[in-house]
Write a protein that binds this ligand. Structure first.
Ligand code: ZN
Length: 361
């Protein structure tokens, strides 16, 4: 099959509002606030991981500094500086490689820490406006969030702070109550599909990947890399073969785990078998087996799809339980293996009677 290696977005540019896929409602509201000169000091963007909240935040903040006609234009000096992360009045704070935003030492104020950011905010801006983007505010401790509170309560002249979170329950209520909150929804399959198809992906493959990505652009991006999607399908195929025909279960996750987190692997398996459920319940948006083209649906129907709704439902429940357990550092391979063995024993008595097994040619 042709390479599916296409970039979802060009990372080295500021996107114009119309380049951003989905999120029409938040974008419309942000443009309205900007055009009425009614921008709140602090905004909170909440919504699932990987759907483009940070892109919207970047585009919105760039639009405040842009000198083009349609803001942001992506081409003027401020837009280009913002894309290159060299614009003096826009500071971005992201979780470090441990996945946290540290509060930082009170004296040293290490770059990338909350205290460093507070210090930067206290300085005079070059353009008369300072903008801050914190993507992952929930990754700062309560102490870290509290350290930020003063900057939110007493922002400098023209300061705009955008906080982004995929888990608003972990944002302190004292912070939330001081923010103008915009809720972002997962992208619909159609938006992801259109984008993938535009990048040259076969239409049915794009539909399949969009199903698996569950509204997340970054998940779609990961699944598009190399043969990741095929490997996920192969893993699911092994699970199905084990449950239906008692074939050997090796669950070699080595290669996949180099590219996907344990969470992403479980999410993808969940999505694959949810698709299986939809096939069994006759959901209309599932590509029909006979007409499916591309490389992915045929493998799904041939090797993965189980013709037994209660077994598939049980499987999805197993994945959801595993997903919750991953928070406690549970070992994915061992836990998955254990759960699948128990599931097969449970199903051996009733559900998996031979007459419910799918036909194979
Ligand atoms: Zn511009």
């Amino acid at each position: 099959m042709p390479s599916r290696q296409i970039a979802l977005y060009d990372r080295c540019s500021v996107l114009t509002f119309s380049d951003i896929l989905g999120h029409d409602e938040p974008l419309r509201r942000l443009a309205g606030l900007r055009d009425r000169n009614a921008i709140p000091n602090t905004l909170l963007f909440s919504g699932p991981e990987g759907i483009g909240k940070r892109l919207v935040a970047m585009a919105f903040l760039a639009s405040l500094f842009c000198r083009g006609d349609t803001r942001p234009c992506g081409a003027c000096a401020p837009c280009r500086q913002i894309a290159a992360d060299t614009f003096p009045d826009l500071v971005m704070l992201l979780p470090n490689d441990k996945g946290v935003i540290p509060i930082g030492n009170a004296e040293k104020r290490e770059p990338g820490s909350v205290r460093w950011l507070v210090d930067r905010l206290a300085r005079r801006s070059v353009s008369g406006r300072a903008a801050v983007l914190i993507d992952g505010i929930d990754r700062a401790t309560d102490e870290g969030q509290n350290a930020l509170l003063k900057s939110i309560e007493e922002p400098g002249e023209g300061a705009v702070i955008v906080l982004v979170t995929a888990d608003r329950s972990r944002v302190l209520p004292t912070i939330r109550s001081r923010c103008f909150e915009l809720a972002f929804r997962p992208l619909d399959d159609q938006a992801i599909m259109r984008h993938l198809s535009r990048g040259g992906v076969d239409e049915d493959d794009a539909r399949f990947i969009a199903h698996l990505a569950q509204g997340s652009f970054s998940a779609a991006g990961l699944l598009m890399e190399g043969t990741t999607c095929e490997e996920c399908l192969a893993l699911a195929g092994e699970i199905s073969a084990f449950l239906i025909r008692g074939e050997l279960l090796t669950l070699d996750l080595g290669g996949l785990q180099k590219r996907l987190s344990a969470e992403a692997i479980v999410d993808t398996l969940t999505a694959i078998y949810r698709l299986n459920m939809r096939v069994l319940t006759g959901a209309r948006d599932v590509a029909p087996a006979k007409e499916a083209r591309g490389a992915l649906y045929p493998v799904f129907y041939e090797r993965v799809c189980i013709d037994n709704l209660s077994m598939v439902t049980a499987l999805v429940k197993i994945f959801l339980a595993l997903r919750a357990g991953l928070r406690y550092n549970l070992n994915l391979r061992n836990s998955l293996k254990g759960s699948l063995y128990r599931a097969r024993e449970g199903a051996a008595g009733d559900d998996a009677s031979p007459d419910t097994l799918p036909e194979r040619g």
